[in-house]
Ligand binder design. Structure first.
Ligand code: GLV
Ligand code: MN
Ligand code: MN
Length: 412
């Protein structure tokens, strides 16, 4: 275990910004809920836009709801620092927000030291990285790079049956214009700082993770159909209970992933219909999130899902309908940017290690289009997507130092 040195500089403005962002979407569990296109997220985006303007950046909220703050310098393609301000339900304080606010702090620091970039520097908060509300993971970065967005995404509804198209209108944005957010042709490279959301850096006692690649993801929505009937009069034998089928499938998915060396499988949400205590659930809908670091691993996991559902349906007299809600291929990040980041960390006297990311990030969308790199800072106890997610001020300071040196080099 290496010994961390105290950071040379405490970024007081960044720490204050992080604390002020707490006003937006804090919930009763102490977590943060700023779902895509929500009022809470809009408040956060508008507040950060104001902070960007105070730092001298020209701001825009684009057609996909991405906040862009531009330090305009001539016509060359920009160095982009990005992450996101949206969260999962009751997520942590740092996931995404740290990357955006640190990007802004880097700009403040570079301006204060009289740095003259040779190309524009943009700070971007992408819309809907988490994708929880509408299963529209990374909508903002997908639009930013100009990927075609399937039209059916506009019709996806949240738990209150509000469609994404309707929710976008509350921000004055029209789904049919989402690709006006394509900015990738003006981008030179992409850099993202993020909390690790896992246990490795803390366990190894290392200050900075330089990310080598990002895991691939497939999201599925599964509905099992059986037969609803009376809880008291229907014999136990021969029932076609969709929730019992789901329970068996979920356990089998867990066991299969436990036995696999290549993939992870998580069921994070489940609903039944009709949903009363005294009726057999005739319908059960649940999510499956599959992750693997290779395409082969991801496809093998997908095949396992089909096999497990077929077996459960056969045994329980059910029918399964499966729709894919997201799919992002695993991507390597750029070695040269990784080397710049590693040297930047070294210059700042920080220990560092190369590591893969098990979480998805906007960088994985950007990486297919421009050289992209990521820096991780430690997460206490490896907690992510929970209110207890935490990163210490000293680690925030170390990350800010490494990111500042990285941008000084990339925009020199
Ligand atoms: C994004 O945070 C993900 O990995 O789910
Ligand atoms: Mn997240
Ligand atoms: Mn994130």
């Amino acid at each position: 275990m290496s010994e961390s040195v105290r950071p040379r500089h405490m970024p007081s403005a960044l720490l204050e910004d992080l604390a002020k962002l707490d006003c937006f979407g804090r919930d009763e569990r102490g977590g943060f809920t700023r779902l895509a296109w929500s009022r809470e997220l809009l408040g956060a985006v508008q507040w950060v836009a104001g902070r960007m303007q105070e730092a001298g950046l020209a701001t825009e909220i684009d057609a996909a709801g991405n906040l862009i703050g531009r330090w305009e310098v001539g016509e060359r393609p920009a160095v982009v620092i990005g992450s996101h301000l949206d969260t999962v339900t009751s997520g942590g304080r740092f996931d995404g927000a740290l990357g955006v606010l640190t990007g802004l702090d880097v700009v403040r620091r570079l301006r204060a030291e009289g740095f003259r970039p040779s190309r524009p520097i943009w700070v971007v908060a992408f819309m809907d990285e988490e994708g929880e509300r509408f299963n529209s993971v990374m909508l903002g970065s997908r639009a930013f790079v100009g990927e075609s967005i399937p039209p059916d995404e506009a019709d996806r509804v949240d738990a209150q049956q509000v469609s994404m198209g309707e929710a976008m209108l509350t921000w004055g944005r029209d789904f049919s214009e989402v690709l006006a957010a394509k900015h990738i042709d003006d981008v030179h490279c992409y850099v993202e700082l993020h909390v690790e959301l896992g246990p490795v850096l803390e366990a190894e006692g290392v200050d900075i993770g330089v990310v080598t690649g990002i895991v691939g993801l497939i999201g599925l929505s599964v509905t099992l159909h059986g037969i609803t009937n009376h809880a008291g009069t229907t014999p136990m034998a021969g029932r076609r209970d969709a929730l019992v089928g789901a329970a068996k499938a979920i356990t089998a998915l867990r066991d299969d992933a436990l036995a696999s060396t290549s993939h992870m499988a998580t069921v994070g949400s489940i609903t039944t219909a009709p949903g009363g205590a005294n009726a057999i659930p005739g319908t059960c809908t649940f999510s499956i999130d599959l992750r693997a670091s290779t395409n082969e691993g991801l496809q093998a996991a997908r095949r396992s899902v089909d096999a497990i559902l077929a077996e459960v349906c056969e045994a329980e007299g059910l029918e399964a309908r499966v729709t894919q809600t997201y799919s992002l291929a695993p991507v390597p990040l750029n070695d040269e940017i990784g080397e710049v980041m590693s040297q930047a960390a070294e210059q700042e006297g920080l220990s560092r290690m190369r590591m893969p990311s098990g979480a998805g990030h906007d960088a994985m969308v950007l990486a297919s289009h421009v050289p992209a790199g990521m820096l991780f800072v430690p997460s206490v106890a490896g907690v992510g997507h929970a209110p207890e997610e935490f990163t210490a001020d000293d680690d925030v300071a170390r990350g800010a130092a490494a990111l500042t040196s990285t941008i000084r080099e990339l925009a020199r």
